[in-house]
Design a protein around this ligand. Sequence first.
Ligand SMILES: [Cu+2]
Length: 718
Amino acid sequence: MVAAAPYVTSAVTLTSVVQYAPSYLPAAYNTTRTSVITKTVTVCPCTDSLATLASATYNPNGPYVNPYDYSSLPFTWPGKPTKGQTTPAPQPTAPFPYGGTCSDKYEAPAWIPKGSHSLVPGIPQSGTNGNSLWGDLTCPRLPVDGLPPYGSGGSSSLTYSASATGSLTYSVSSTGGISAGSSVTASPSPCGEMPDTGVTRSYDLHVAFQTIAPDGVQKNGITINGGFPGPLIEANWGDWIQINVTNDIPTEGTTLHWHGLRQPGTPWYDGVPAVTQCPIIPGNTLSYLFRADLFGTSWYHSHYSAQYSGGAVGPIVIHGPKTAEYDIDIGPVMVSDWYHQDYFTLVNQTMHGDFPPSNNNLINGKMNYPCENTTLPCTPNAGISKFKFESGKKHLVRLVNTGAEGIQKFSIDNHTLTVIANDFVPIVPYTTNVITLGVGQRSDVIVEGLSNSTGVYWMRSQLGTDRCTLNDGVSPNAVAAVYYEDADTTSVPDSTSDVTAAQLAKCSNDALNQTVPFCSETIDSNPPSVETIDITFASNGTSFLWYMNNSSFRGDYNDPVLLETKVGNLTFEKEWNVIDVGTNSSVRVILKNHGLLGAHPMHLHGHNFNVLAEGFGEWDGTVVNAANTQRRDVQILQNAQDADTPSFVVLQWANDNPGAWPLHCHLAWHVSGGLFVQMLERKEDIQKEDFDADVAQTCRDWASWTGTHVPDQIDSGL
Ligand SMILES: [Cu+2]
């Protein structure tokens, strides 16, 4: 199979699927899923791009081995470790000046060759991003009122109220799944129970190696359905989502993780190898099935080693009740640092004391590059992302940091950002000129259109400076162009940014007292389980590793902890970093970072956590906004202040979702280096669950495949 194969719609019958109604889940999760409507497969981010897909020209077959020399950087950092070494050399400043060699040949910030002064791309979209249409002006907007309930010949109306006590009504006249004349009504306030829509949306995703050139520099990437970034997974709150994931990588396993969704009742579909499943072997398909149990913006990505840093990512949008008004849904805007070497080379460097700096920075997978700085094939002015704004209208921009390492600072020149959600949690709106996104974090922002119908402005995503990020200095600032309705869409903005140097150097999220959830939740002020986890950095003699309470994680692809728990094998290897939190009602974790070289965006699977406090030194017990603390699923844990003063963040969550849930740094290179623990939650309830049979089959297939192939697991595996 090749990457371009899956663009065939498929109706999926779900009669063989077990019932998902575990007794310990709230009533809203108890659904028989008998009125299944199958949304046909979405093939690309944009509904009208089939013609583009058919005409796209790219070579899905490689090359897989980089045939070109890579000019090495003028430093190796932190260098080959000696056993027991705990402090690397001081982090070097970026080795190259902004623009690098021959920067005088280009116009910053978009690296347009001097004299051309035009944003006409040098490569067609298919040449830079394969099948992906993200960042292209033809990419349609998303529906402001959510998705209709699809069905053959169905018609529908769907309204989400803007109030906290609003209602949601599906009126279905005729569909293939819900009988004619029936209506499905629910009353989901954003703070209420998830509705049971009776809808399952089905997608096919294929993961493959592919040559791509997102910034004009050809590299060996990993794509989803032949494109980088991958297609949109879209649903309404309360829908089920079925995703058939096929591994078209000929030489490695893969898994996909659905970031931020809690997987209540389906913990085996969280997509983490060595934790919730065995990897999918080359050529095989695993059908994931889970509930759209939260609403807002997120993403999916490979969780197998650092594959996602090579491009195996895509956006998720779950439509739900609105907590703020807007006129236009621009859709996902993914920001990501970018590396010109393939992912495996980068992991290999990471594990041998040569931490890789990023080479570029992308918005929706696109940016230009000053080509003199690489020996790889490179086309200047390859094409940046472009967006259409309308004067006087309110635009929803769904920001996601899908990068490997860099903390992003997002802004739009001359525009104010009104932040209405962080991760899957709506918040009381606040305004800012720049929003910080650590890897894995999302922010939904409303951008009010100016009254200038010919306006042209830079959208920017700049990498955090100082110790926030390791980049080579050439192109740390991604730009895209924002065009109002009467603007010439090849023109070059000349706007300037008001983001200050101090704002760029701040490696932390906006203050906890600024980010107040829209829906209040109280937390246990005296939780029965409190864990302190010290995060340290040290050498084992060959690699620099990250340790959580003196244990660096390394997973076993053949022995997923969740599956071992299911069958009653509770003897876990120390390096699996299992923390059994039992049946306590809630869990509090105090994370302390003793490292000076990288803020850690800490991500928890299976939950939104409450963020009680952050700071330096010892926590004094004060909870910020104690009546309604910030909740989200990724929070930046800052660098230690100095060698003797760690930073801390205090997290707490209700222990109500049986499963094995990773709590880890989302930096690709740090999780490769073991900055990972897993919370084993309510193991007796796990053992009562009816696991899908294909989960076991995936392990049998992996065991069989690894009988003749040796996976080259040089890192933690995740
Ligand atoms: Cu980290």
